[in-house]
Design a binder for this molecule. Structure first.
Ligand code: SF4
Ligand code: SF4
Length: 350
């Protein structure tokens, strides 16, 4: 059933209706309805296709401007040209710059592009059989020079130079299906919106910080000045009036795509298939599966390498998943202790 489908039809002998309670783990077909919105619109989210990110940081700037997020130091990591370092209370979109001694996926080392008319190539992208489509990096068939390992990925070009690539990726709050930050918040400052996103209300947050260690991605963060937590709201105010989030609006390459989550998942699967056909076999989706440890992310990614390369946990799990079992064990222990106490009192010699 679609994420946003609020008409759970259950016919005799058919599939059972999806669970409507607020679960702590496992697939959750409709997060907004589980959170108490009976007529919720489709779940909205982000698909960030890192294969077309050019690292311009327009998304970071647009996010700061729209949401009045303060400047946060602009310090270089010493590892790359990344000057915002990571997500934090004052960085709700972060563009990672990762430098690797690897050729681009599907690239045949040593191909000379000096006589290549890029404008003509852009005009005919996707139109000719040799053109795999926007964002592809493979050269035309037989374009590799003699001696180049055609069709293979090699760290060296035929003339011995080391191949290099940049991986750029705009990271953000994942708007998890099972959001531990929300589960542990004692004040209700964090809440699920009708769009299925997770938003924090700064005027309700008391700065207890429980949500910070609960987030499996290390996203939510306290601002030093007042201790309250801040993170991406997926531009809840813009969604409410039918506008797309500021980062997606500003992205010049459509690396950040916004829309109904079901549609984005279909688009992402087609994009991965297209990249694989073009020889970019490392392309993979991250966070799109409702079967993963957080029930799938509302903001998921197409990556060109292992998640760890981008600083993302390879197998995130909602940190509140084991709470019911823990409470059950604690309850059993408490009842056992009480029973022992009563038994000791009853059997005491008079
Ligand atoms: S990524 Fe972290 S902060 Fe964002 S919804 Fe999930 S648990 Fe909450
Ligand atoms: S995601 Fe888009 S806006 Fe952000 S750095 Fe990449 S290309 Fe620029």
């Amino acid at each position: 059933m679609a994420e946003g489908d609020t008409t759970a039809v259950h016919t005799a002998g058919g599939d059972p209706p999806p669970p409507s309670g607020n679960l702590l783990s496992g697939p959750q077909p409709n997060v907004a309805r589980a959170a108490g919105y009976p007529d919720a619109p489709p779940r909205m989210g982000f698909f960030t296709d890192t294969s077309v990110c050019i690292g311009c940081k327009a998304c970071e700037v647009a996010c700061k401007e729209w949401n009045s997020v303060p400047e946060d130091g602009l310090e270089l990591t010493g590892m790359s040209y990344d000057n915002t370092q990571g997500l934090g209370a004052d960085t709700w979109r972060h563009v990672a710059f990762i430098e690797q001694r690897k050729p681009l996926g599907g690239q045949e080392p040593g191909v000379d592009h000096s006589g290549f008319d890029v404008f003509e190539a852009a005009r005919s992208l996707g139109d000719s059989p040799s053109s795999p489509g926007p964002g592809a990096t493979a050269p035309a068939p037989q374009a590799a020079p003699a001696g180049a390992p055609a069709g293979e990925i090699s760290p060296l070009s035929p003339d011995g130079r080391t191949e290099l690539r940049w991986l750029m990726a705009s990271d953000v709050c994942k708007h998890c299906t099972h959001a531990a930050c929300l589960d542990v918040c004692p004040t209700g400052a964090l809440f699920r919106t009708e769009f299925g996103t997770v938003v924090v209300q700064e005027d309700v947050c008391n700065g207890c910080g429980y949500c910070v260690p609960a987030c499996p991605y290390g996203v939510i963060d306290q601002r030093k000045e007042d201790g309250r937590v801040w993170k991406c709201t997926l531009c809840y105010d813009r969604l409410g009036v039918g506008m797309e989030p500021a980062c997606a609006k500003s992205c010049p390459t459509d690396s950040i795509q916004f829309g109904p989550l079901d549609e984005l998942r279909e688009r992402a699967a087609a994009r991965v298939a297209r990249l694989h056909a073009a020889g970019v076999t490392d392309a993979r989706l991250y966070g799109e599966s409702p079967e993963d440890g957080v029930g799938g992310d509302g903001a998921f990614f197409l990556l060109l390498d292992e998640p760890e390369v981008y600083g993302l946990p390879p197998d995130p799990v909602v940190t509140t998943r084991d709470l019911p079992a823990m409470w059950k064990h604690a309850g059993i222990a408490a009842v056992s202790l009480a029973a022992l106490g009563v038994a000791g009192f009853v059997r005491r010699p008079r």
